[in-house]
Ligand binder design. Structure first.
Ligand SMILES: [Mg+2]
Length: 294
C-alpha cells in the first residue's frame, strides 16, 4: 500500500504520527467506519470504488464543519479473500486523499472476517460550521443535485444495474472540502453533510439550533428522473447543507467549483422541526435514510 501511495503517505514508520499543531484555530477530529455487508456489498462496486467511497465518507465530516484536512489514519481489516485486491484498495484510498489534498499519516492493518475501514481524519478550522448555530432569518443552501445515490442503491437492491449517472453519484461522491471553506469564508454559519438525507440531516441542524424550517420540495435540486421527495430522502450524498445570515453568491460558487448552490428555505423561529410542502400543500416528511442492511 505504501508503494502505491508514494508521497500521499507521509511520515509513516514511527510508532505514532508526529504532526504540527494548527497555527491558529481548532484541531478538528472525526472517525468513521465502513464495513462490508453493513455499509457496502462487494458485488456492487469495484474494490477501488469501495475504498474510495469509504474514505470520502470520513473526509466529508471535515467538509461538514468546514475544516481543512491535516491528515488521516486508517485502521483496515482485510480478509484473505480480499488480499488480491490490496493494490486497488490502496488506489481508492489514495485517490480520495489526493482529491482532498491530504496525507495518510498512519494506520493499522489486520486480518478479519470482513473488509472494514475505520478512518480517522484530522483537520484544522478557524471558523468551524456547527449544527447549533443556525438562527431565524438565515437562508438555507444545499450543494449539488440530490437523489442519484439513493436511486443507484435502490437499483442495486432490486438486483438491477443503475443508470450510469446514478451509479457515478453512488460510487464516486466528493468530499466538498474546498466548497465548505468557500462557504464559511463567505458567511455560512451552520452546516452538516448529507449522510442520511436532506430532511434527516437538516433535522439535526434544526434540533441543535432550536429553530424550524419549511421547505418547498420543488426548490430542492434533484437529479434528472428523481422526484423532489426522493431527493429529500436520498442518503450518502455527501453534499453540504449550510445556513447563512447573508445571501451567498450561488453563481460565483458554481463558477468556482462547477457545482450548484441552491437556496431552498429560510430558518424560522418555532418548534424544532422540518416541514415540507409542495404547491402550497403539506407533504409528509420521508423517513430518514435506511442503510440496506436494516
Ligand atoms: Mg456527517
Amino acid at each position: 500500500m505504501l508503494a502505491r501511495w508514494g508521497d500521499i503517505a507521509e511520515g509513516i514508520g514511527d510508532d505514532a504520527a508526529v504532526l504540527s499543531s494548527p497555527k491558529s484555530g481548532s484541531l478538528v477530529v472525526s472517525t468513521d467506519a465502513s464495513i462490508e455487508n453493513v455499509h457496502f456489498r462487494r458485488e456492487w462496486l469495484s474494490a477501488q470504488e469501495i475504498a474510495y467511497r469509504s474514505t470520502v465518507a470520513a473526509l466529508s465530516d471535515l467538509a461538514a464543519v468546514a475544516a481543512k484536512p491535516i491528515g488521516m489514519l486508517l485502521a483496515l481489516t482485510i480478509p484473505d479473500s480480499w488480499r488480491y485486491e490490496i493494490d486497488s484498495l490502496a488506489d481508492g484510498i489514495g485517490e480520495a486523499a489526493r482529491s482532498s489534498r491530504t496525507k495518510i499519516v498512519g494506520g493499522d492493518l489486520s486480518e478479519g472476517e470482513s473488509l472494514s475501514f475505520t478512518i480517522t481524519v484530522l483537520g484544522e478550522s478557524n471558523r468551524p460550521l456547527l449544527r447549533s448555530t443556525a438562527r431565524p432569518g438565515d437562508r438555507v443552501y444545499v450543494t449539488g443535485e440530490l437523489g442519484g445515490a439513493q436511486a443507484a442503491l435502490s437499483s442495486f437492491m432490486r438486483g438491477e444495474t443503475p443508470a450510469p449517472e446514478y451509479r457515478a453519484r453512488f460510487a464516486h461522491p466528493v468530499a466538498r472540502i474546498q466548497e465548505a471553506l468557500w462557504l464559511t469564508t463567505h458567511g455560512a454559519s451552520a452546516g452538516i453533510d448529507i449522510s442520511d438525507g436532506l430532511t434527516a440531516d437538516l433535522s439535526n441542524i434544526v434540533a441543535a439550533s432550536n429553530v424550524c424550517v419549511s421547505i418547498d420540495v420543488d426548490r430542492v435540486p434533484a437529479m434528472s428522473g428523481v422526484t423532489p421527495l426522493d431527493a429529500c430522502a436520498s442518503g450518502e450524498e455527501y453534499e453540504l447543507i449550510v445556513s447563512s445570515p447573508g445571501s451567498l453568491d450561488a453563481a460565483e460558487f458554481e463558477r468556482e467549483f462547477g457545482v450548484a448552490l441552491t437556496e431552498i428555505a429560510v430558518i424560522e423561529a418555532g418548534k424544532a422541526q422540518v416541514q415540507l410542502s409542495s404547491k402550497g400543500q403539506p407533504v409528509p416528511v420521508p423517513e430518514g435514510y435506511l442503510h440496506f442492511s436494516k
